[in-house]
Design a protein around this ligand. Structure first.
Ligand code: COA
Ligand code: MG
Length: 292
């Protein structure tokens, strides 16, 4: 999933166009983009969209962002959407993998009730929205077989921290938010799931988004959350391996295939060893998934 686009689930208009944007994943949001008074209205809209879309060919992945586990809403969210068969749930404001385990258990029950195969509903966790989430990151290692990705958020965290800004004037994250980002990246890779970068809220600034995507992809993130349809193409492009990257990766794989007994080799004047082969294989896998 290179691009994961939020769709406020109380908006019939936004849901109606959602399939046309080219996102790899649509996240039907029942949380912060939906007012408390609209949540009951949003759940059946999300469920109907998922049920109608599920069997279409070439469809994006369909996720639902539920409300946080310390609210009374999240169980109604699961009850309202699970039988429609979403591909996954985005868990916000997670405090640790205990919240993930709690959600996974609720999904065990909901899947059994709906006649859905156990474990089919995947989970992506929003890891840094509450301060304690930064201190419990390692709990996600070996946590749940449902875990498909970790992402992070700065907006809710900054509200709790009382920070007056999350970015320096030129756009770089300030130190606490850079730490949150980096911890999420390390933890997702260590946990063997997808590292997904957070939203870029300045949605009219395409150059700023492109630069943030470039840096994220360079560092190891493999996808990014989106809030506006105009962000999808930029994100997809940035997280698709380029022709020169795939050519480099093919050369590395061929080099090791042709020299099965060598540990270190040389290519275009550079020393190449096992870590390069691992990177090359990951690039080729991402290129294959992106269809290039
Ligand atoms: N999903 C689907 N459609 C969207 C969309 C989204 N996330 N964001 C915008 N659109 C649609 C608009 O409805 C509009 O449709 P129209 O041309 O038929 O009128 C079109 O895209 C252009 O939108 P635009 O006028 O540029 O933006 P806006 O002012 O209507 O909306 C936001 C701006 C930020 C409110 C909107 O992008 C949005 O709701 N984003 C998601 C917010 C969210 O889910 N936040 C939670 C995660 S942080
Ligand atoms: Mg939020």
């Amino acid at each position: 999933m290179r691009s994961l686009l939020f769709i406020p689930a109380d908006s019939e208009k936004k849901i109606g166009k959602a399939l046309s944007f080219g996102a790899d994943c649509l996240i039907l949001d029942l949380e912060d983009s939906v007012a408390a008074s609209n949540k009951a209205h949003a759940r059946p809209l999300a469920a109907a969209f998922i049920a109608e879309t599920r069997d279409k060919p070439q469809r994006p992945k369909l996720y639902v962002r539920i409300n946080a586990l310390d609210t009374p809403e999240w169980e109604r969210d699961i009850a309202g959407v699970l039988a429609a068969g979403p591909d996954g749930i985005l868990l916000p404001k997670a405090r640790s993998a205990e919240d993930l385990a709690h959600l996974a258990m609720a999904l065990d029950h909901a899947e059994a009730k709906a006649g859905i195969a156990n474990g089919k509903t995947r989970i992506v966790v929003l890891t840094t929205e509450v301060p304690v989430g930064l201190l419990t990151m390692s709990s996600y290692l070996d946590s749940s077989t449902r875990l498909d990705g970790l992402t992070w958020g700065a907006e809710d965290l900054s509200a709790q921290m009382g920070s007056s800004a999350t970015r320096e004037p030129e756009g770089r994250w300030t130190s606490p938010y850079q730490l949150a980002r980096d911890l999420c990246l390390f933890t997702a890779v260590a946990a063997g799931c997808q590292p997904i970068d957070t939203v870029y809220v300045d949605f009219r600034n395409d150059a700023g988004l492109a630069e943030e995507c470039r840096v994220a992809a360079r560092d190891g993130f493999t996808g990014k959350l989106a809030i506006h349809p105009d962000q999808v193409a930029t994100i997809n492009a940035a997280f698709t391996p380029s022709a020169s990257e795939t050519a480099w990766a093919n050369d590395i794989v061929a080099l090791f295939r042709d020299n099965p007994n060598s540990g270190a080799l040389s290519l275009r004047g550079q020393m190449i060893d096992r870590p390069h082969l691992v990177r090359a294989e990951r690039i080729l896998l991402r290129a294959k998934l992106a269809g290039v």
